[in-house]
Ligand binder design. Structure first.
Ligand code: DC
Length: 235
């Protein structure tokens, strides 16, 4: 079968990453969590006291950042390495989560991340989730998904996720953080979160992860069959 690019965008806490991971595993595709890249940059900026209003400092910091994903084949989970160090846990800490939308709104940061993401998807066979994957990173992706869900449901899911990582965070704090990130992510000037006109909308409020995965896999199968036919019938 022809390999395709699957772009999954949407609000925080809709189950994008979990769905993307399972879909990639089922199709034997590479999974790329673009949010983890923005989180790693944020971690670096916080640790090195980078002034977010100083373009020169930002440029110099970006030159010193090397990001890499290493996938654990048994789960298709990918670890995020920042300058050779596994920062997968650190990038999920609340202090990073609270700063990441501000950092990811910086145009220089977006330019650097988009360039790396495009390189990662060049050979197709990837599932990438984020905010601007179907609109900016891969506007020609064969399959685009846009996920949404009720804010309270998203906050509850996030709270459980954090508890599983031994982080007890107040429900209202999570809800406010999600709502603030929604606002910042949708209103920033470069690469704002928005549904691409050709993206399939999936509201996950009442869906289980299994149902979300099934829906995306059904869509992917349809697209792959069409692409295969196109390929076979083209002169
Ligand atoms: O998916 P996530 O919650 O881990 O993403 C963290 C933040 O990174 C999110 O608030 C917005 C930003 N982000 C982005 O601006 N563009 C992407 N493609 C992915 C994430």
């Amino acid at each position: 079968m022809e390999k395709i690019v699957i772009a999954i965008d949407g609000y925080s806490g809709c189950g994008k990453s979990t769905t993307a991971k399972f879909v990639a595993k089922a199709l034997e595709y590479v999974y790329i969590d673009s949010g983890a890249m923005y989180r790693a940059v944020t971690l670096y900026f916080v640790k090195h006291y980078i002034n977010l209003t100083n373009p020169k400092q930002i440029e110099q910091a970006l030159e010193k950042i090397e990001l890499a994903f290493i996938t654990r084949p048994e789960s298709n989970d990918c670890d995020m390495f920042l300058n050779g160090i596994n920062v997968s846990k650190n990038i999920r800490e609340m202090y990073v989560t609270q700063k990441v939308s501000e950092v990811s709104a910086i145009p220089q940061v977006r330019t650097a991340m988009v360039a790396q993401q495009r390189k990662m998807g060049k050979r197709k066979g990837v599932v990438m989730d984020g905010r601007d994957i179907g609109t900016v990173v891969f506007p020609d992706a064969e399959l685009k998904i846009f996920m949404t869900a009720d804010l309270k449901v998203r906050a509850a899911r996030r709270q459980i996720e954090l508890l599983e990582r031994d982080q007890l965070v107040n429900f209202d704090t999570i809800k406010e953080n999600l709502s603030k990130r929604d606002r910042l992510d949708t209103t920033r000037e470069v690469g704002p979160l928005t549904q691409a006109p050709d993206a399939h909308l999936i509201d996950t409020t009442h869906l289980t992860i299994g149902e979300q995965v099934e829906e995306v896999l059904n869509l992917a199968t349809g697209v792959m069959i069409t692409e295969d036919l196109k390929h076979k019938t083209s002169p």
